[in-house]
Write a protein that binds this ligand. Structure first.
Ligand SMILES: NC(=O)c1ccc[n+]([C@@H]2O[C@H](COP(=O)([O-])OP(=O)(O)OC[C@H]3O[C@@H](n4cnc5c(N)ncnc54)[C@H](O)[C@@H]3O)[C@@H](O)[C@H]2O)c1
Length: 155
C-alpha cells in the first residue's frame, strides 16, 4: 500500500516509518522545507531515540515533499499536523484547516477512492464538523462515498 503523511513532526515521522517498516511505500508531505530536505537525506527531522536507525533501515521506502499533489499518488493519508492550544485553552485548528484545504484541492484531481485519517489531536466532532465540510466543499466529493474519512486517536 502507498501511504502519505501530512505533517512530519514527532507523530508523523514515527507513524510513517512504522508503515515503511511494515513494507508500505510512504510519502511525507510537510510545509517545512528543512524537514523535507532532512528526510530525503535520511536524517531525522526531529530527535527521537532510535529514529536514525529506523530511517536507515527503511532507506528507499519513503520520500518527502512539500507538494500536496504527491499525496494523491497514495491510497491513504494520515493528517499529523500540530494542534496547539490558544490562550483561552481551546485548540487552534489553523494547521488542520489549512491541511484540509490542501487535501481538498489535491483530491479534486483524483478519480480513485482515497482515505483520509485524522491523527492530530482534536476534540470529538472536529473530523465531522470541520475537516469533512472543508474537503467536500470544492472537491465535489462526498465523504464515505467518494473518499474515506476517519479519526485515529490513541493515548
Ligand atoms: N493520535 C495520536 O496518537 C497522537 C499522539 C500524540 C500526539 N498527537 C497529535 O499529533 C499532532 C502532531 O504532533 P507533533 O508532536 O508531531 O507536532 P509537530 O509540531 O512536531 O509536527 C507537526 C508538523 O506538521 C507540519 N505542518 C503544519 N501545517 C502543515 C500543513 N498544512 N501541511 C503539511 N505539514 C504541516 C509542521 O511543519 C510540522 O512538521 C498534534 O495534534 C498532537 O497533539 C497525536
Amino acid at each position: 500500500m502507498k501511504v502519505s503523511i501530512v505533517g512530519s513532526g514527532y507523530v508523523g515521522i514515527i507513524t510513517g516509518l512504522g508503515f515503511a517498516e511494515f513494507g508500505n511505500e510512504v510519502v511525507f508531505v510537510d510545509l517545512d522545507e528543512r524537514k523535507v530536505e532532512k528526510i530525503n537525506r535520511y536524517e531525522p527531522p526531529v530527535y527521537e531515540k532510535g529514529l536514525k536507525e529506523l530511517m536507515k533501515r527503511n532507506f528507499g521506502k519513503y520520500t518527502a515533499t512539500t507538494d500536496y499533489d504527491k499525496m494523491v499518488e497514495t491510497d491513504l493519508t494520515f493528517m499529523c499536523v500540530g494542534t496547539p492550544s490558544k490562550e483561552d485553552g481551546s485548540t487552534d485548528l489553523k494547521y488542520v484547516e489549512f491541511a484540509s484545504k490542501e487535501i481538498e484541492r489535491a483530491l479534486t484531481n483524483k478519480d480513485d477512492f482515497h482515505a483520509v485519517v485524522i491523527k492530530s489531536t482534536v476534540v470529538p466532532g472536529t473530523t465531522e464538523n470541520v475537516v469533512k465540510p472543508i474537503i467536500e466543499k470544492e472537491s465535489g466529493k462526498k465523504a464515505f462515498n467518494d473518499f474515506g474519512l476517519a479519526m485515529n486517536l490513541s493515548f
